[in-house]
Ligand binder design. Structure first.
Ligand code: ADP
Length: 406
């Protein structure tokens, strides 16, 4: 992925400076939004209208890239919106355009009813946080968190630092040199620093993706709590749907520069509304409704439009192994055969999050010939997990499936 060139740290936004930055940017004159800006929080949030972001090409063959191709978005005061999509779909470009770091080729960005065209980054009252916390190495934790609070009375500054360290779970860390912190702790400090000046909008670009999986999951929960506790309006960029669902009130799924769907996590999950969104959320197989048994259809598609070109999108938890194990292959096949299950061959199984996930190559209904599709089905808790090569039958778990246009 091509990253835009590094931007100089603006004067009064707590943009993170690189750890090895030879010089520290000047301390902000007024990092906090003006009183007027604070009042604006009550009247409206972020409005993005038909925004296009383009990068110029370098020559005759490289004619440039349209990274954002006409996006509309609204973020209400106090709301956390995730921009979710595969790498290169334009999330960072959109975020940077909102921040004022990237020019908007057409369309408008406004906050609290005020258009931001021509308003420089450091006059927007927005906070920014990136993947690498990029703390000032020669300042201690308190010094980093207080970066955006210069000009405030000392007692107020100290109190705010204490409050924010408490919010991010680092109470008592004030005097720690940041060079002694773990990766997760550094991101917590970076978060505290970007929250300290009470930005009217916080823009977070993959703030957890440099951390390992377990830590990321924990920090995602803590990030949500910190944003809620401080009532912060935020836009959060991620390519990880679990992270988006954990942190955000609403999720905007992006693909190829466009927003495909915006919805609260549960609604998005239940009704992805298109096959592309479902694929991106991890729905693993798609079966025309016409090829389902009546019982499968009844369980899944109740109330859905089953006419026309609709398909069943099978979610990551949308299948379970129906065949009893411990029988010989012919017995097993005989026991479970029926129109409501699909036959397949076990590839392997893993025990994860308290359940056995069995990978199976199944022949989906409607598939021509003997072509198989690799799916993951949950095994019953009490059964011995099936072994590679076993023939099993998998059944649809209605609660883990959705109906989408074909
Ligand atoms: P994401 O954040 O979803 O990974 P980006 O916004 O970084 O996506 O990139 C969107 C598209 O714009 C990609 O095709 C990327 O290669 C291109 N792009 C990003 N930054 C630049 C740049 N500075 N110059 C040229 N192309 C860029």
């Amino acid at each position: 992925m091509v990253r835009p060139p590094a931007v100089p740290a603006p004067v009064d936004v707590p943009v993170d400076a690189p750890v090895d930055a030879p010089t520290e940017p000047p301390a902000p004159a007024s990092a906090r939004p003006s009183a007027a800006a604070t009042d604006e929080r009550a009247t409206g949030g972020l409005e993005v209208r038909d925004v296009v972001v383009r990068y110029a090409g370098t020559g005759r063959r490289d004619t440039g890239t349209t990274a954002v191709a006409g996006v509309d978005l609204d973020v209400a005061p106090g709301e956390v919106l995730a921009l979710l999509g595969p790498s290169g779909c334009g999330k960072s470009s959109l975020l940077r355009a909102v921040a004022g770091l990237e020019p908007v080729a057409s369309g408008t960005v406004a906050f609290a009813g005020q258009g931001l065209a021509g308003v420089p980054v450091h006059r927007r009252g927005f906070g920014l946080m990136f993947q690498e916390g990029q703390l000032f190495p020669h300042r201690d934790v308190a010094g980093n968190v207080a970066y955006g609070l210069a000009g405030r009375p000392r007692a107020e500054r100290d109190a705010r630092v204490r409050e924010l360290l408490d919010v991010v779970g680092l109470a008592g860390y004030e005097g720690r040199p940041v060079t002694t912190l773990s990766g997760g702790e550094r991101q917590r400090v970076a978060l505290a620093r970007s929250l300290a000046p009470r930005p009217r909008l916080l823009l977070l670009d993959e703030p957890l993706s440099a951390l390992d999986r377990g830590l990321r999951e924990r920090l995602a929960l803590d990030l949500r709590e910190a944003l809620r506790a401080t009532g912060t309006t935020a836009v959060f960029v991620t390519h990880d749907h679990d992270e988006a669902f954990t942190v955000a009130d609403r999720v905007a799924v992006m693909d190829a520069g466009r927003v495909l769907r915006v919805a609260p996590p549960e609604e998005l999950w239940r009704a992805p509304a298109s096959r592309r969104v479902a694929e991106f959320l991890g729905y693993q197989a798609f079966v025309p409704l016409a090829d389902l048994s009546a019982r499968q259809l009844g369980g899944v598609a109740r109330g859905a439009d089953t006419t026309g070109d609709t398909v069943l999108a099978v979610g990551p938890r949308g299948l379970h192994v129906a065949a009893p194990t411990g029988l010989s292959a012919p017995e097993r096949t005989g026991a479970a055969r029926g129109a409501d299950t699909w036959e397949g061959t076990v590839v392997g199984s893993v025990f994860r999050r308290g359940a056995t996930e069995v990978t199976v190559d199944v022949v989906l209904p409607g598939t021509p010939g003997t072509a198989t599709t690799r799916v993951v089905a949950l095994a019953g808790g009490d059964d011995e997990p099936p072994r590679p090569g076993d023939v099993v039958h998998v059944a649809v778990e209605p609660s883990g499936c959705a109906v989408v246009p074909g």
